[in-house]
Design a protein around this ligand. Structure first.
Ligand SMILES: Cc1cc2nc3c(=O)[nH]c(=O)nc-3n(C[C@H](O)[C@H](O)[C@H](O)COP(=O)(O)O)c2cc1C
Length: 387
């Protein structure tokens, strides 16, 4: 077993162990991938202020996210097809999250169903909803999430229409994979993955199959999205969904201060400043670059979270210092899952936590909740003057 010390180590193992179509599905952005790349490179532009001779004993990364105590202010983001990176992937990720003491978010497009994850975990998790045209399906899935005890609804707003990722089309991405000759050749080298898949029944979209009517090809993410997602989603509908859900609501995919103000006005509990990990509008600004303006616009009215590009505890500290109350990670834990299953997700969380804790100490800070812009050196034109 190689010595794993970084998220990048997990990524390399993920690439080796998961089928190409699923690794590529995770490790890609839309069109030219400019936004996907800049989500990471923009973090590198920000530097940290080293401080010395400061008491760094009794450090704490404990915090709260929408009123829930967490070991560090981080949640696992919803990731479709997680159960294809590794058998029973959603259950494994949720278990690692609950052991660590951070929230897990289950995607609408998961392989394990809401009920299945609830049956195999002890802590409430969050459920992410994509709004479909079929109102009955939406009402039903909201009721299912409530019944399963989900403690927050994460409503994704930046995917009414799917951003194109070239690799998914070229690889013929489906769940489960269709056995074409190139796929079979690739699967022949992934025996550990295959063994896991043979031992589980969870190989289809668990929240969809058997619950949605008139689905053409439920194995194809892109055709299902094109057929079913609600192009007419607007703020009125969001307000109605909020009523229907009646619990904690997080609006995901906000990248503009004007939209953030609307989210605050309808009374959501939190927003996630996000560009979907660079998978939707290619050419949009990185999430870390827009975070300060959004935090300044609504941070006193609504909890501001952030995702897109976080690969280390240092990235996490930068986001918190620029105004996020919490961060969400997508690929960083998916690499862990694809590399080593549940243990890999735990490893990813441990790596990020340790990096956060040590970075805080070296910046002369002891409490994660008190991080502010003062710990950073931010280029003067970081946010940019865009007209
Ligand atoms: C493979 C993959 C699948 C995703 N599926 C979903 C999804 O089903 N629902 C959703 O709201 N966001 C989805 N996202 C976006 C993530 O929730 C999150 O916004 C993004 O991964 C954050 O960027 P990061 O991967 O750089 O951390 C997905 C992201 C990836 C990488």
């Amino acid at each position: 077993m190689p010595v794993i010390t970084t998220i990048d180590d997990l990524k390399r193992l993920h690439k080796r162990r998961a089928p190409k179509m699923f690794y590529d599905y995770a490790e890609s952005g839309s069109w030219t991938e400019q936004t996907f790349r800049e989500n990471s490179t923009d973090f590198d532009l920000i530097r940290l202020r080293q401080r010395v001779a400061v008491d760094m004993s009794d450090r704490s990364t404990a915090a709260t996210l929408i009123g829930t105590d967490v070991a560090m202010p981080l949640a696992l983001a919803p990731v479709g097809l997680t159960g294809m990176q590794c058998a029973d992937g959603e259950i494994k990720a949720a278990r690692a999250a609950e052991k660590f003491g951070v929230p897990y978010t289950l995607s609408t497009m998961s392989i394990c169903s809401i009920e299945d994850v609830a049956a195999h975990t002890t802590q409430p998790f969050w459920f992410q909803l994509y709004v479909m045209q079929d109102e009955e399906f939406v009402d039903n899935i909201i009721a299912r999430a409530k019944k399963a005890g989900c403690s927050a609804l994460v409503l994704t707003l930046d995917l009414q229409i799917l951003g194109q990722r070239h690799k998914d089309l070229k690889n013929g991405l489906t769940a489960p994979p269709k056995l074409t000759i190139p796929t079979m050749i690739n699967l022949a080298t992934k025996w550990h993955w295959g063994l896991g898949m043979l031992q589980t029944k969870r190989r289809f979209f668990g929240n969809i199959v058997g619950h949605a009517k008139g689905v053409g090809d439920a194995s194809s993410l892109s055709s299902w999205t094109n057929e079913q997602f609600d192009l007419r989603l607007d703020w009125d509908k969001i307000a109605k969904l909020k009523e229907k859900w009646g619990g904690k609501l997080i609006l995901k995919g906000i990248l503009d201060a004007e939209d953030a103000k609307k989210a605050a006005a309808i009374g959501a509990d939190a927003i996630i400043v996000s560009n979907h990990g660079g998978r939707q509008l290619d050419g949009a600004l990185s999430a870390i670059r827009v975070l300060p303006s959004i935090a300044a616009a609504v941070g006193d009215r609504i909890e501001v979270h952030m995702d897109s590009g976080i690969r280390s505890g240092q990235d996490m500290l930068k986001a918190l210092a620029l105004g996020a109350k919490g961060v969400h990670i997508g690929r960083a834990y998916i690499y862990g899952l694809g590399a080593m299953g549940e243990a890999g997700v735990s490893k990813a969380l441990e790596i990020i936590h340790k990096e956060l804790d040590v970075t805080m100490a070296l910046c002369g800070r002891r409490d994660v909740r008190a991080l502010d812009r003062d710990v950073l050196l931010v280029p003067q034109d970081f946010e940019g003057s865009w007209a």
